[in-house]
Write a protein that binds this ligand. Structure first.
Ligand SMILES: [Zn+2]
Length: 127
């Protein structure tokens, strides 16, 4: 998991939040030379593994390397789930979460399977 995702997970209360503007700022920082590739392409090994295993192609090119399409992953955090969240693969996965007691939050993340670019796209309550 990336640093940005861990920070977001730390303050997971509240409703839906869109992180696409923050994502644009990071992309612009890279394009303008303020941020290096290793700073913005920092997906850790577990996130990369999940990107390959259960990422859904987002049909848009990676904003950093432009070599491949990014994939989207959804992690859910909440009671009795792993501290690093659980990767959702099918609609049935969400159904099982909805049947549980407690508050759960879904984190939609964009990952490049090639250069390790990653960014949070949105967070929303699972309901
Ligand atoms: Zn890339």
């Amino acid at each position: 998991m990336s640093r940005s995702l861990q920070q977001a997970a730390a303050n997971s209360a509240g409703g839906s939040i869109d992180y696409r503007l923050a994502r644009e700022r990071v992309v612009q920082a890279y394009v303008s030379g303020e941020a290096t590739r290793s700073e913005v392409c920092d997906a850790q090994s577990e996130l990369m593994r999940n990107a390959h295993a259960c990422g859904q192609s987002a049909d848009r090119p990676c904003p950093i390397c432009h070599e491949v399409d990014v994939v989207e992953l959804t992690y859910v955090f909440g009671p009795r789930l792993p501290a690093s969240g659980r990767c959702m693969v099918t609609a049935g996965d969400f159904e099982r979460i909805r049947r549980r007691k407690g508050r759960f939050t879904a984190y939609e993340v964009e990952v490049c399977p090639s250069c390790k670019w990653n960014h949070l796209l949105s967070t929303r309550p699972v309901s």
